[in-house]
Each structure stands twice: as structure tokens, then as C-alpha cells.
Design a protein around this ligand. Structure first.
Ligand code: CA
Length: 319
């Protein structure tokens, strides 16, 4: 299987990239063929920079990074919100400084790269999106048949039965561009939707980051420093939670190991694109076929196996 990760490289996107690099070391027929840059936690330009730097630090500087769109469909610009900047730090990596990669970004646009990869790899391609879904919507517009061509699109986004991360009903990646989210959710692609219904059941604590800090490597110091920053923001924003949720890495782990999903809803989703609940995701009741076997909204995962896989990958990555 080939993988593309479309991300707005803040803290949990960076952890997701590190997790995927390591998980794929154990899968000889799988590789990460490209990272595409979205926006949300950071600007698109910062996402490019951070992805290149993280890939280089973790031994994957051969992976190309493609610049994407800078803002939502129908918008002219994007700025990182103060709340998001607080959570991810101004550099998106919790203030941790890592060297720039010597590799330059690719010239090709993210959406074009996705569309070409869909044509080239077809059922051997999984796309994982952990930022705003605008690049994906653009790629589907460039090549509508890619919805059927690719093996799976894994989305980190949505909130059905739990509150969103932006407000009580809006999850951040959907909220950045609800129209793009609606288009992707309704594209007919084989979707694995990993939203807050499941990510709010995950927890990473300082006990785990301390082990990485003690590893004595630059990678360990980076990962621990970044996640300690993240956990600190959770201590302020969610008093009483003894750690942080692990949103984007959950999508990555499930992309490689979908068998960890123990309960899924097979209904087509949509996103509200206007009105007072703009950004809310819900079941599209106008989809009259009832169940939708090509949509799997993950509601529960095997948390023990998930944590074992994730912590194993991250611990190996910092060694
Ligand atoms: Ca993200």
C-alpha cells in the first residue's frame, strides 16, 4: 500500500508522521510516497516547512512534500486563530526547534499530486487527511473518478455524539472548510472517518513523554518537548484530564490497522455549510440507501492494542 498524508503540521500531525514512518518500517510492501500541505494548526507554508523538517529528523528526507491550498474554498486568506496558536505554539511544534531540511518542497500542487497518484496507484493508494480537507476537495474536482480509484481515504475529523473541538458541534478540520468536508464526505470514496468520537477516548501522558526524554536522542527530546507543551495546554483547557488526546496519530494507526476499529457507523455523513450550526457533521438522511458500506465512521477502537502499537512505534522512532 502507498500512503499520502495531507496535514497541517502542528504537534499531533508531526507525531502522526513519525508514527507512520515507523509503522511502515514493519510493512515491506508499504511506503509513504508524499506529504501534502494543508492549513489549520499552522499556515500552509509552515506546514510545508514543518513536514520537511520532521521527515528529515526521523530519517525520511526521501519523502517529497507538496504545497497545497492556503485557505478554504470561497475564502481569500487564512490566519491561525489565537486559540490554535496557543495549543501548537507559534511555530506549530510547541516551540521545539529542529533544523530545516535540506530538501526543498516540490513544484507540483498537492491536489495534482493526489490526482496523479490516484491514477497511478489506484487500489494501492490510501490518503490520510489530518488538516482542513480543501486539498482533497480540489483533488476530487480535478479527478472525480479518484473517489472510486483509491483504496481508502482516512479522515481525521468530525464529531457526531461528542462536542467538537472548536465549539459544541464543530470539529476543527471540518470547521476550517465545511464545504470541502461536505464534498469529501459525499464523494462516494471508501471513507474511514476517525473523529472526536474516538480520539477523545485516547490519552497520552507525561509518563510516556518522560521515557522519550530519557532516551538521550535529539528525536526523543523533540518528541517529548513537543508533547509536554501539548499536554500543558490540555491541563489549562481541560482541567482534570491527565494528558492529551492523540487525534492525528489515531487516524494514521487506523489507516495501517483498520482492524483496530471495533465499532463503526456505516451511514453517509454530511457537513452543515451554513446557518448557526455551520461545521456540524451529521448523518445525511437524504442518502436514501440507508447504510453506506463505503463509509465507516469509527466510534470505538481497541484502545489497548492501539496504544501498544502507537507507543511501540514512537519509542522505536526516538531510539
Ligand atoms: Ca492536524
Amino acid at each position: 500500500m502507498r500512503y499520502i498524508v495531507d496535514c497541517d503540521t502542528g504537534i499531533d500531525d508531526a507525531v502522526a508522521l513519525v508514527s507512520l514512518i515507523r509503522l511502515l518500517r514493519g510493512e515491506p510492501d508499504s511506503r509513504l510516497i508524499g506529504v501534502t500541505a494543508s492549513y489549520g494548526n499552522v499556515t500552509m507554508d509552515t506546514s510545508v516547512r514543518n513536514s520537511l523538517a520532521v521527515l528529515a529528523l526521523f530519517g525520511a528526507s526521501d519523502v517529497p512534500v507538496y504545497p497545497g491550498v492556503e485557505h478554504a474554498l470561497g475564502m481569500r486568506s487564512f490566519e491561525v486563530s489565537p486559540g490554535v496558536s496557543f495549543i501548537h505554539g507559534r511555530n506549530g511544534l510547541g516551540g521545539q526547534r529542529i533544523p530545516d531540511s535540506s530538501r526543498k518542497p516540490e513544484q507540483m500542487h498537492a491536489a495534482e499530486f493526489m490526482a496523479r497518484a490516484a491514477k497511478k496507484y489506484g487500489q494501492d493508494l490510501t490518503i490520510i487527511a489530518t488538516g482542513a480537507f480543501t486539498n482533497l476537495a480540489d483533488a476530487l474536482r480535478l479527478r472525480p473518478q479518484m473517489a472510486q480509484e483509491v483504496s481508502r481515504i482516512v479522515l481525521m475529523g468530525t464529531a457526531l455524539a461528542v462536542p467538537g473541538s472548536v465549539n459544541q458541534w464543530t470539529e476543527a478540520n471540518v470547521g476550517q472548510d465545511p464545504e470541502a468536508a461536505r464534498q469529501v464526505l459525499q464523494s462516494g470514496a471508501n471513507l474511514l472517518v476517525v473523529g472526536r468520537d474516538v480520539t477523545t477516548t485516547t490519552l497520552l501522558t507525561r509518563r510516556q513523554t518522560q521515557a522519550w526524554a530519557r532516551s538521550g536522542t535529539d528525536r526523543g527530546a523533540f518528541l517529548a518537548g513537543m508533547l509536554d507543551w501539548y499536554i500543558h495546554t490540555y491541563e489549562i483547557n481541560f482541567s482534570g484530564l491527565p494528558g492529551c488526546y492523540i487525534s492525528d496519530p489515531t487516524a494514521v494507526v487506523l489507516a495501517v490497522h483498520p482492524e483496530l476499529a471495533t465499532l463503526c457507523l456505516h451511514r453517509r455523513l454530511t457537513a452543515l455549510t451554513g446557518g448557526p450550526a455551520c461545521g456540524r457533521t451529521l448523518v445525511d438522511v437524504s442518502y436514501h440507501q440507508g447504510t453506506d458500506p463505503r463509509t465507516s465512521v469509527v466510534l470505538e477502537i481497541d484502545n489497548d492494542k492501539f496504544m501498544t502499537l502507537l507507543l511501540g512505534a514512537l519509542s522505536a522512532a526516538v531510539a
